[in-house]
Design a protein around this ligand. Structure first.
Ligand code: ADP
Length: 251
């Protein structure tokens, strides 16, 4: 991680129009994202986490404030469900984005095959998604996102469809892939352990309208995924975030 800011979010607010009323979903959000940083966004259900991510992905342009990416950086978006096409094999699923953009040249195809080999999917390249475990499917979905060589990954609860055991091992895989490939990431999650295991910083949003309630700088961010839980500060921070989340006060 460097000190270079690659994304600035300034005074970002978002309203939805709902029949006869307006719903303020996000209110005056401000933060910077550093190169190769991993930020998690947490907060109660309905606080605007997915809204924030879809604004950052540039899918939703209906907001006030500024979202400024430095130097035309490429953004990749990974959704909650893997949304793989069951009639396409693993490799073809991963090549889909490249084909749509007409950049499925030899070099890019080889890059995707290399990722599949590197991350334990070599023997599954020509298999179909229904022959894969949930965790493998998530890895395929991540590689499909990486195929377009994004600089920043936006991950919307990428592990939420997995059982708790797979979440841990796939969480570790996904963390390692993102770190190995030198990517910057913003992940929405409702799982505090997941956030503490992968992040450099965690942003807590309040209940709606989502405002930034607190930003935690993770003191053990230089420690690997699996070893973070062993840190004394881990459970202290987990308790602190639980308290700040104020689950008894979520309507
Ligand atoms: P989260 O991801 O934190 O659960 P969302 O970003 O999905 O929250 O939603 C934030 C708030 O905005 C919610 O309270 C929801 O009711 C409202 N909202 C989301 N999408 C729409 C929409 N298309 N129209 C009206 N209100 C919406």
């Amino acid at each position: 991680m460097s000190n270079k800011i690659i994304l600035s979010v300034e005074n970002l607010s978002k309203k939805y129009q709902d029949f006869d009323s307006e719903i303020l979903a996000l209110d005056n959000i401000n933060f910077n994202l550093l190169d190769k940083e991993f930020i998690s966004i947490i907060g109660p259900s309905g606080c605007g986490k997915s809204t924030l991510l879809s604004i950052l992905s540039l899918i939703d342009k209906d907001y006030t404030g500024n979202v400024i990416y430095k130097n035309n950086l490429k953004v990749g978006y990974m959704l909650q469900t893997d949304s793989l096409f069951p009639w396409k094999n693993v490799l073809d699923n991963c090549l889909l984005g490249l084909k749509i953009k007409h950049i499925d040249n030899e070099e890019n195809v080889e890059y995707v095959k290399e990722l599949l080999r590197k991350y334990g999917l070599e023997d599954f390249m020509y298999k179909y998604p229904n022959n894969l475990s949930g965790g493998m499917r998530q890895r395929v979905a991540l590689i499909r996102t990486l195929a377009l060589k994004p600089d920043i990954l936006l991950l919307d609860e990428p592990l939420s469809a997995l059982d708790s055991q797979s979440r841990l091992s796939i969480g570790k895989d996904i963390f390692n892939i993102i770190k190995n490939e030198g990517k910057t990431a913003i992940m929405v999650t409702h799982d505090l352990n997941e956030a503490l295991n992968v992040s450099d910083r965690v942003i807590l949003l309040s209940k709606r309208p989502g405002v930034i309630k607190k930003i935690y700088d993770i003191p053990f961010k230089n420690i690997n995924f699996s070893n973070r839980k062993l840190e004394d500060k881990y459970s202290i921070l987990l308790d602190e975030i639980w308290r700040d989340l104020d689950v008894n006060n979520i309507s």
